[in-house]
Design a protein around this ligand. Structure first.
Ligand code: ATP
Length: 216
């Protein structure tokens, strides 16, 4: 089983792709969801965030107030330290959770699909920062579409302005940077039927490659 890091910019179709490929029996791990789990109420992650940023980042029910935390982090655009501190708390926890879930599938004899997908929105940004690809990933697959399509889809989905989506895009890796790291590029410029056809092609490629191996 290959562990695939699936990435792509905002609105590139990661969630859509994961939902489609799950129908073919391929499991997916959502690192955004893990990021929320590690700061759920009563977790060591939330305790560490409170120790750093204070109890003003909590809602009355004890859960994380994301807007308040964001405000603290972006209070001074010239001061990167709060964001770096938050990342230093969250990243090791998310990585540990990701690796634990991967091990779960690797040790599960009932899971015999050729791939396990880990959707990591900021995978390339992380590689650019640290200089290395996470050791638990065998390959990187990049969902790719034009910037115009990304902006149109993301703004429609989020009810956000084109300017808001452009601001987010400006803080993400460029299309070209992402493609540099791609072992496979999945074209998502067209409709859902075309994306489904891309998946069928990908899975068939894998079967063909297996059959071409000697001693198969
Ligand atoms: P983000 O990183 O912002 O969470 P994402 O990469 O997970 O985004 P999706 O949420 O899957 O992207 O897709 C963005 C929007 O575009 C969604 O509303 C989705 O339904 C739509 N979409 C994705 N792929 C296609 C497609 N091939 N045809 C039409 N709509 C699409």
């Amino acid at each position: 089983m290959k562990v695939i890091g699936l990435t792509g910019g905002i609105g590139s179709g990661k969630s859509t792709f994961c939902a489609l490929i799950r129908k073919h029996g391929i499991a997916t791990i959502d690192s955004d969801q893990l990021a929320r789990q590690v700061v759920a109420p009563k977790t060591p992650g939330l305790a560490a965030v409170i120790a750093e940023f204070g109890t003003s980042i909590l809602q009355q029910d004890g859960s994380l107030n994301r807007a308040a935390l964001r405000q603290q982090i972006f209070a001074d655009p010239n001061d990167q330290a709060p964001r770096q501190k938050l990342e230093a708390i969250l990243h090791p926890l998310i990585q540990a959770q990701t690796q634990q879930q991967i091990r779960g599938y690797q040790q599960d004899a009932r899971y015999n699909a050729p791939y396990l997908l880990v959707a990591i929105p900021l995978l390339v940004e992380g590689i650019l920062k640290t200089g290395c690809k996470p050791s638990y990933l065998d390959e990187i697959w990049v969902l790719d579409c034009s910037r115009e399509t990304q902006v149109a889809r993301a703004s429609q989905r989020d009810g956000a302005s084109v300017e808001q989506i452009n601001n987010i895009l400006a803080n993400q890796a460029s299309r070209q940077q992402r493609l540099t790291y791609a072992d496979k590029v999945i074209n998502n410029e067209n409709g859902l039927a075309e994306l489904e056809a891309e998946i069928t092609r990908l899975l068939k490629e894998n079967i063909d490659a297996q059959q071409a191996r000697p001693n198969h």
